[in-house]
Ligand binder design. Sequence first.
Ligand code: HMG
Ligand code: MG
Length: 297
Amino acid sequence: MNYPSSVKIVEVGPRDGLQNEKVAVDVATKVELISRLTDAGLTTIEAGSFVSPKWVPQMAGSDEVFAELPSHANTTYTALTPNMKGLERAIACGVKEVAVFAAASESFSQKNINCSIAESIDRFRPVAKEALSAGLAVRGYISCVVGCPYQGAVDGEAVTQVAAQLLAMGCYEVSLGDTIGVGTPAAIETLLNGLLKDIAPEQLAIHAHDTYGQALANILRALQLGISTVDSSVAGLGGCPYAKGASGNIATEDLVYMLDGLGIHHGIDLPKLVAAGNYISQKLNRTNGSKVGIALQ
Ligand code: HMG
Ligand code: MG
């Protein structure tokens, strides 16, 4: 079986995780978590999002979080920007990489960002253009690549079309979100086989929520098909506020443990990562969502 020799982990816990936690997390705790993740060796950390605070109150303090993060030579702190207003906030905070986020399902697009898929692409185009001309890198997300909480099964062709549009506007990579974790390795294989006809594996990432316990298996299948960028969330934090029942992403600790077993390089210090997961789980007063985090306690 072929595997990539190294995997880039995109840590999304401080954003995808904390955006959905019921317990409010203050700025100091977020900064401490992100600092610990940096110290554990994570080189890309999604540290917040510049969305409407009425829509996602948990991310309201992102401006302050970015202002307090120390600049770090090896780590890029990234953020979600749904529109020009979000981009302006990101640029004001000195953010170097932003992400626009579309969906492959019309109803999810409406619930999440209050517009159709086509409208979202029209809205993202100037955001990407402006970000690129300001020297920022732009990533693209697609939600509901396998299934939608409102519409059910999602056609892979819809995913391919949105991915092509995100790449055409200058996204360097498209992260494939199994938002409600309904995918199985067979579904991921079918999806990727379609996408990889037109898109290079280096331009794709996998973003697997673990709602049905399939995330690690789905990631393994994606690695076998040439994907080498994986999103994950320390302590398996989070979910999506607009996807009822969605649980957190694959825990970064569990991903790192699997990569170690496969002999794939990742650059993360597992004990430090586990300590960061324990830190935030205690702050949130919740059980650590990482099996490896619990096993190594
Ligand atoms: P809207 O209501 O259509 O926007 O929301 P609007 O332009 O009409 O603005 C409404 C109000 O929001 C105005 O304020 C704006 O100023 C303000 P008011 O005049 O009422 O006082 N506003 C903003 N404030 C701060 N920052 C901004 C901003 N934009 C508008 N950037 C909008 C449209 C896109 C803004 C809204 O729907 C929104 O913020 N949605 C974000 C939802 C979200 O963050 N979802 C979670 C992230 S996606 C995800 O988790 C999936 C992912 O992990 C992958 C996967 O798992 O699938 C990425
Ligand atoms: Mg997500």
